[in-house]
Write a new protein. Structure first.
Lengths: 428, 319
């Protein structure tokens, strides 16, 4: 066994050495001796393939450990330490890239653009947290996501938001997700990466406005716990769906809930379902009729959303550089002479004709039109389902985490006075 | 209201977040881009310490060619090629003879008996009266001839397209190739990213070839064996920079090198050892990012620079 280990290490060393030698400069490096500072690119330097897979292994280890700590070990302390590691490794060391959240866009682009091939490691980063969530809940959010970790550490005085506000803001991730997929699928932009508020902090070289954005989220997170995760994270939408069906999930109590209410204020994310007040439930006017009306309204919401999405396709498509450039050159032909306009000069230098540019822009705009219908329809569906959710009566007997919203952070665990030899409660 | 201060603070932060995203989203459109962050300002490298400038421009000769490309000097006559012409000019500027050519030339070389005109992938041999003697057409399709020199009946042709130096006898029969690779891996083969590949014999009869991608000048035996070389990679005045420099070179009577560069266009001299000597012409004398001037030198050490952009021959003499 030891010999195998030695051989593996030797082979790894040789592979890395050969890769290093292959990168020997054929041309002399240019000299930048007059104070020139090379700007940082949007994405970090690519890593060699072996290290990309190493990142996947690290993710697997971290998320497995997080699941074990949340469900079996039930240790908030160790989850906190694990999230610290995640913050250091995936955040500061890996510069916040590669990340499961941004991988949504890679997946979308690879589905809609036959010319784009997603890497195996990116695909794994997309799939692994989803699969784990399906079994163990959002343990990825608990300790394997650097964006969650940085916010989690700065929760100072969390306040509980009113339900109407939570439900309303809770629609934002759906909107962000649909826009991210629409923009990625049309080859327009990777907006999740572009507006990642924390990546600039991880790389410590963000532009000023991104520092402001990151600082604003962190300051907000002192009082509204993990605001990005709860009210913006598009990957959280998928995790939320998966987690609702999770087979095993963190439970507040390791045995039977004694309804002591000690945990009722323990969750800064308002993700604990309280036992249903039977008397109050009987008083409400919620009924079958209201449910039916809201259910019938769902197709109407879808139509309204789809129509709104399609109507906004012209405006949305202007975010695409090709569309914008075509419009710019048509409406302001004088920019052809603007030597400082790099995009215009790059187009003129490409040898592409104006007709070709307009044709490309038309195709992209048509994609936005179709995508606008789908994205708007999806948003309409989500609004309809959210409203429907308000009239659905769910009976809760105990204090339980709401699987969809619970980050499995384990904050509630120490509040429970119940001790049991039988760990690993499924939370049912 | 409970937590009123916190709520106000949160509202302000929410406005900041929305504002930052909205402003950024609208600020990166093609007509609203900030200044190019990757722009590399090379202005400082175009300024040269005047103490290093040891030459002055004594005069210049306007030439009647739309696209001059090459110059040679032999026995007090200047031979300039361009358009589809060869012009033979006296140092006073008087046009002695004009020869029409079949194709656009790329370079010219003059020996005691012959005039060699390089085309893109063939070579025209004329006698000193400008009468055609032969066409050498045995080149590959990807050939790009950029420089010619002759010594003891062997003609050396720099082929930038194939990245080799071809050898011929005076009848045009191939005699071999020089690939520019040394056995001990001290120097790489010729790296020719663009069609600038010059060669010349120094006053001692030694063949020197530019390896522009390596910023080296390499001395080969007639058999193609690497004898020695020197390298000067630097964007500072002492060296060569960019993908492929020096673009052209010639020899002073004492064996010193005269080099011309493209990109930051400038002419400099180097001692026979390869050590930087002085500046002949600074970038300010040439068009910004213009062509590298082709060079010729007479017996008195006067440097003749063919300015391709200003369409003139510029004479530089030592101060």
């Amino acid at each position: 066994m030891k010999n195998w280990l030695k051989i593996s290490l030797l082979l790894s060393f040789l592979i890395f050495s050969i890769a290093g030698m292959a990168q020997k400069q054929r041309f002399p490096k240019p000299e930048f001796g007059n104070g020139y500072t090379q700007p940082s690119p949007i994405t970090p330097e690519p890593r060699i393939l072996a290290l990309e897979y190493f990142d996947v292994v690290i993710l697997l280890v971290v998320i497995s450990l997080a699941s074990w700590l949340a469900i079996r070990k039930r240790s908030r302390k160790y989850l906190l330490w694990l999230s610290m590691f995640t913050l250091l490794y995936f955040g500061f060391y890996r510069d916040g890239c590669i990340c499961a959240i941004g991988s949504i866009q890679n997946v979308a682009l690879t589905i809609f653009d036959p010319g784009y091939a997603i890497s195996i490691s990116t695909l794994l980063f997309f799939l692994i947290p989803l699969v784990f969530t399906l079994y163990f809940g959002r343990t990825f959010c608990a300790a394997a996501c650097p964006l969650g970790a940085v916010q989690d550490l700065l929760i100072v005085k969390p306040i509980s938001l009113p339900e109407w506000l939570r439900k309303t803001l809770g629609l934002l991730p759906y909107l962000y997700l649909t826009l991210a997929i629409l923009f990625a699928a049309t080859g327009t932009d990777f907006i999740i990466c572009r507006y990642d508020p924390f990546v600039g902090i991880f790389r410590m070289d963000a532009e000023f406005h991104m520092v402001v954005l990151g600082a604003a989220f962190l300051l907000m997170g002192m009082f509204v716990a993990r605001p990005y995760c709860r009210f913006l994270c598009p990957y959280g939408v998928l995790l939320n769906w998966m987690s609702r069906f999770s087979k095993y999930h963190l439970a507040i109590t390791p045995a039977a809930c004694i309804q002591c209410k000690l945990c009722s204020d323990s969750c800064p994310f308002d993700a604990i379902n309280f036992p249903t007040d039977e008397k109050q439930a009987k008083k409400t006017t919620w009924g079958v009729n209201r449910f039916l009306i809201y259910a019938i309204l769902i197709p109407v919401w879808i139509l309204i959303g789809g129509f709104a999405g399609s109507m906004s396709h012209t405006w949305l498509s202007k975010a695409n550089p090709t569309v914008y450039l075509a419009e710019l050159l048509i409406t302001h032909p004088e920019v052809n002479n603007d030597q400082k306009n790099l995009d215009v000069q790059a187009f003129l230098g490409s040898g592409k004709s104006m007709e070709m540019l307009v044709k490309e822009a038309t195709v992209i705009r048509e994609k936005f039109h179709t995508g606008g219908w789908i994205a708007g329809g999806f948003m309409g569906l989500m609004i309809g389902l959210t409203l429907l959710g308000q009239v659905v009566y769910r009976k809760n007997a105990d204090y339980q985490p709401f699987k969809g919203d619970c980050f499995s952070c384990g904050r509630c665990i120490p509040y429970c006075p119940v001790k049991s030899e039988i760990l690993g409660n499924t939370g049912k | 209201m409970k937590n009123k201060g916190i709520v106000i603070f949160l509202i302000v932060l929410a406005v900041v977040i929305v504002g930052v995203i909205a402003i950024d989203f609208n600020s990166t459109k093609p007509d609203q881009q900030p200044a190019n962050p990757y722009e590399y300002n090379i202005d400082s490298f175009t300024r040269v310490d005047t103490a290093l400038i040891k030459y002055r421009e004594s005069r210049n000769l306007k030439i009647n060619l739309e696209e001059p490309v090459g110059i040679a000097l032999h026995e007090n006559r200047l031979f300039v090629v361009g358009d589809q012409k060869l012009q033979i000019i006296e140092p006073t500027g008087r046009l002695v003879q004009e020869v029409n050519l079949d194709q656009k030339p790329t370079c010219v070389y003059v020996s005691d008996k012959n005039i060699f005109i390089g085309y893109r992938k063939s070579l025209l041999l004329l006698n000193r009266e400008g009468v055609k003697i032969a066409d050498w057409n045995s080149f590959a399709d990807s050939t790009v001839i950029t420089s010619i020199a002759e010594q003891s009946g062997i003609v050396f042709v720099a082929d930038a397209g194939k990245r080799i130096v071809r050898k011929f006898n005076i009848e045009g029969n191939p005699m071999g190739e020089i690939e520019g690779k040394s056995g001990n891996d001290q120097i790489h083969g010729f790296i020719i990213p663009s069609p600038y590949f010059a060669l010349a014999f120094n006053p001692s009869g030694e063949l020197w070839v530019v390896n522009p991608g390596k910023h080296t000048l390499e001395n080969y035996t007639v058999d193609g064996k690497l004898r020695t070389w020197w390298e000067a990679t630097s964007i500072k005045i002492e060296g060569f920079s960019g993908c492929c420099n020096p673009a052209h070179f010639a020899f002073l009577p004492d064996g010193s090198f005269v080099t011309s560069e493209k990109g930051v266009v400038r002419i400099k001299t180097y001692k026979p050892s390869g050590e930087f000597a002085n500046v002949v012409a600074t970038p300010s004398k040439f068009k910004v990012e213009g062509h590298a001037p082709d060079l010729a030198v007479d017996d008195q050490g006067t440097i003749y620079a063919l300015d391709l952009d200003k369409k003139m021959i510029r004479l530089f003499v030592k101060k």
